[in-house]
Design a protein around this ligand. Structure first.
Ligand code: ADE
Length: 231
């Protein structure tokens, strides 16, 4: 998989590239490339943003700057880029990311992520250059970079070999294997600590009963969280 991240802070991703499952995915052939809006801006003094028409606080990422960066990377008119690869804007008002969307993104050969900063994007960037608007949750963070890392983390760990253990991304919270429910509880040694014990069934060695117990726990967790994670 080939992921391009458009950002004002490409060096933030140096740390991210070193994280084990990301490093594994990259070693297995995936690529994570950053494009710095500032390097490609047609404006003077590295300007990338401007004050909003109509007034208001903050600065807005300019459409001409984003167009220049997309053109520099893809070589043609950015309005056509979204026809051949998903171009996703990270924005708090977008569709909230969930496991099934992550699965879909992990099946793409190429992805483009656009990070916003300050007050966000000039709306024409979203309307004309992007195929999707993605939010990592209904709260606002200072820019799209951490959101882009969340997307890359969630997507890259789905790729074969990224986790080192093939099953670990299969039966986990919100996966189809658990019918979209949260994962069941885990325990490890010691079997007793300060009088806190591990459920007997997990020590029984009885695989069918363990499976049934885990499925039941997972369902109960879904119900306790208001059923919000069930389809
Ligand atoms: N940029 C700022 N807040 C965001 C969020 N919640 N999701 C995606 N991008 C963002």
């Amino acid at each position: 998989m080939q992921i391009d991240v458009f950002t004002l802070f490409p060096h933030w991703f140096d740390w991210f590239r070193g994280q084990r499952h990301v490093a594994n995915a990259l070693a297995l052939g995936s690529q994570l490339h950053c494009v710095d809006y500032r390097v490609h801006t047609p404006l003077r003094a590295g300007q990338v943003d401007d004050t909003p028409f109509g007034g208001g606080a903050g600065m807005v990422l300019r459409v001409d700057v984003v167009e220049a960066a997309l053109r520099a990377r893809y070589g043609d008119d950015p309005v056509t880029v979204r026809e051949r690869r998903r171009v996703i804007a990270l924005t708090p008002g977008g569709r909230v990311l969930d496991d099934s969307w992550v699965e879909q993104l992990a099946a793409q050969a190429e992805l483009t992520l656009l990070c916003g900063r300050y007050e966000g994007f000039d709306e024409r960037i979203l309307d004309h250059f992007c195929s999707d608007r993605l939010s990592i949750g209904r709260y606002v963070i200072a820019g799209g970079e951490l959101a882009a890392m969340v997307v890359c983390d969630a997507v890259l760990r789905k790729l074969p070999g990224a986790l080192g253990h093939e099953d670990s991304a299969h039966e986990e919270s919100y996966s189809a294997a658990l019918d979209g429910a949260p994962e069941y509880p885990h325990y490890t040694r010691p079997a007793e600590w300060r009088g806190w014990t591990v459920p007997d069934v997990l020590l029984s060695g009885h695989h069918a009963r363990i499976r049934a117990w885990r499925a039941q726990q997972s369902r109960e967790r879904a119900e306790r969280s208001g059923g919000a994670s069930l389809p």
